[in-house]
Every structure is written in C-alpha cells, then in structure tokens.
Design a protein around this ligand. Structure first.
Ligand code: SF4
Length: 342
C-alpha cells in the first residue's frame, strides 16, 4: 500500500496552522477559499481576522459586500470574496443558515469547485472525496510514475481514479491534509526532499530518479502585457475614485484608469470623455502588477481639477475615506502617491 506510512507521518509532522483542527464546515470553507492562490503564511492572518468579524455563515450573509472586500484587501482574486458572500446568503436562504452536508450541494455553491467541495466534505464531514489540487497532483504523479501531461483530461481522470482508490476512508480529511502538507514541505516542486518522505519506499519517481521532471505540464502561456494610464485627479484635499464594474477587480475602488494606453495624451482624452475638466500637474512614475492572465504596466499621473464635479459611479474622497475603501493591491503604488497628494 503506497500510502500506509502517510497518516502516521502526518500525526507527528502535521503543520500547525490557524485553520487546522476545526471540523466546522464554515471555517474549513473560508480557509480553503483563502488558500487558493495565496501563501499559507499570508492566509493565516486574514483567516483569523475574517473569522473574528464573521464567525459564522449568518454573520457573513448579513454583511455588506464592501466590508467583505475590505477585509479581503491585499489577498487578490477578489471574486473569491464576492462568491463567499454570495454563497453565505444562499446558505441562509436555502438551508436556513446550516452549511449543507452533501458533497453535491456543497459543490453547487458559488465559487466552490471540485477541490474545495472535496476538502470541505472530507475535513468537516469525513466523506471520502480526494481534494485534488497542484500539491496532490504532484505527489500522485511522482508516487505512481505518471509521465504524461497532467493537464490532459484523460490523465486528470487517471489521477482522480488513483486518489479515489487510495484515499483513507476512515480519515479522508486527514489523508487529504497529509498530502497537502507533504506537497508543501517535502514533495515540493523542483527538487523534493525524498530522504525525509514517508512514501519513498513506494515511490516510482524516487526509484527511477526523475522526480524533478514530474509532474509533466505543457508550458503555461505568459500573461499578456497591458499598458494602463492611472490618473490621480485631486481637488484640494480630495481625490476622485471610481467603483470598478469590469470583471477583473469588480466591486473594488480604483483611480481613473485608461486600460490599453498609458500615455498622457490618452489619459487626457479619457478624462475628457468622462467629462472631468483637469490639467496635468505631474508624472508620478511607473508601477507594474502581474495578474494570472495579464500584466498591468502602469504610468501614474497627477491631474488637478478646479471643481469636484459629481460624475456617475465616481466619488471624491479625502485621505481617511480613501483608506477605508477596498482598493486592489494592483494600485498600491498609486495609492501611496495619492495619500501623499491629499
Ligand atoms: S519519495 Fe520523493 S518524489 Fe516520491 S513522493 Fe516522496 S518526496 Fe515526492
């Protein structure tokens, strides 16, 4: 049995994390959503603050979206927060505030994919669903010597079938978490630390000596660069911000952005189109932010407006109000400039 040493290893070596040890499905859910795309060390602090403010589904459901986004500020991938909030409201309206128990009902909630549904069902309810993410895929591909592209659907199915066949049916949640820990600390990308691994005697990649080459993945496409002009439009001690409507960063507040053109001429044109009379005072420098599929190459400008004209979806805010709004990390350099200007 390739995994017979896994749970004994986990019982002695498991990581101590703020979100470990709970079987509360709500807490497991919040932690698993936070841990997607976020380092464990970063997620810990956010998790504690989030649970203090929203200790249960009902508390989250009755919050307003802006407060949820503000608590999420800095974590990125804000659709995760919007979906958490939406799903909490649905759990209240459809299930009377009780987190659903069935895997399919959990999987049907907004923002919950196969991985998260399996993690919640296994950790909170001890149901034998393998939580297959990048860590599990890497470990399984090495242990079972899978040397084909793991993103091909038939190979993905093969990995799922292996995980379903080997998951511990008595402690499925611990089995999943043990593999998460193993993948994060020992069977890491690149060169794994096989000498410390509880699976080494049964591991195909260790026997063959090609663990560093696994899992096989076709090269990911690099993110597309986008030029973005950022206008810090001030009027006295106030600055103009806009609530974003586009899919990327929806619901967050940004300065006036001109996506696709970062020149001063383009920025002037954009402000004219929005009906905001302002003159260019200074160029404030450049900034860069990498999203999953695109890179924003930003040029930041300071514009001064004579009057704070009211515009739809735009608000003039002072420094204190600016700090209270949820702003994406992508514009943190611009925000720092803005706070010096007002
Ligand atoms: S023996 Fe090495 S390659 Fe195999 S599972 Fe353990 S750490 Fe990964």
């Amino acid at each position: 049995m390739p995994y017979s040493q896994l749970l004994p290893w986990y019982d002695t070596h498991k990581r101590i994390l703020p979100f470990r040890g709970t079987r509360d499905p709500y807490a497991v859910w919040v932690s698993e959503i936070m841990l997607q795309q976020t380092r464990t060390e970063t997620a810990g602090g956010y998790f504690t603050r989030f649970l203090q403010r929203f200790p249960n589904v009902s508390a989250l459901a009755s919050a307003n979206e802006q407060e949820v986004l503000k608590l999420w500020e800095g974590l990125g991938y804000y659709s995760r927060a919007r979906n958490l909030h939406k799903a909490a409201r649905l759990i209240v309206s459809e299930y009377g505030g009780c987190f659903p128990r069935s895997h399919d009902a959990i999987r049907a909630l907004p923002g919950i994919g196969d991985y998260t549904a399996a993690a919640i069902a296994s950790i909170a309810y001890q149901q034998p669903y393998p939580a297959i993410d990048g860590n599990l895929t890497r470990v399984l591909s090495r242990v079972h010597g899978i040397r084909e592209d793991v993103d091909i659907p038939s190979v993905r199915r093969q990995i799922r079938a292996l995980a379903e066949a080997h998951i511990d049916t008595v402690r499925p949640g611990d089995w999943n978490q043990a593999l998460m820990d193993l993948g994060a600390t020992i069977c890491i990308p690149g060169t794994p630390d096989c000498a410390r691994c509880p699976l080494q005697a049964q591991c195909d990649a260790q026997a063959i000596g090609d663990a560093e080459l696994l899992p096989v993945r076709a090269a990911a496409r690099p993110p597309v660069p986008v030029e973005v002009g950022v206008a810090l439009v001030t009027c006295g001690d106030r600055i103009l911000v806009q609530k974003r409507d586009a899919a990327l960063l929806r619901g967050l507040w940004v300065f006036i952005l001109n996506e696709g053109d970062s020149t001063s001429g383009g920025m002037r044109k954009k402000l004219r189109a929005l009906g905001i009379p302002a003159h260019l005072a200074a160029e404030m420098g450049d900034a860069r932010h990498v999203f999953t599929h695109r890179v924003w190459n930003m040029r930041i400008y300071h514009f001064i407006a004579d009057t704070p004209l009211e515009k739809p979806a735009c608000v003039w805010v002072n420094a204190q109000e600016l700090s209270a709004l949820p702003l994406p990390t992508a514009i943190k350099t611009a925000k720092a400039h803005a706070l010096r200007l007002i």
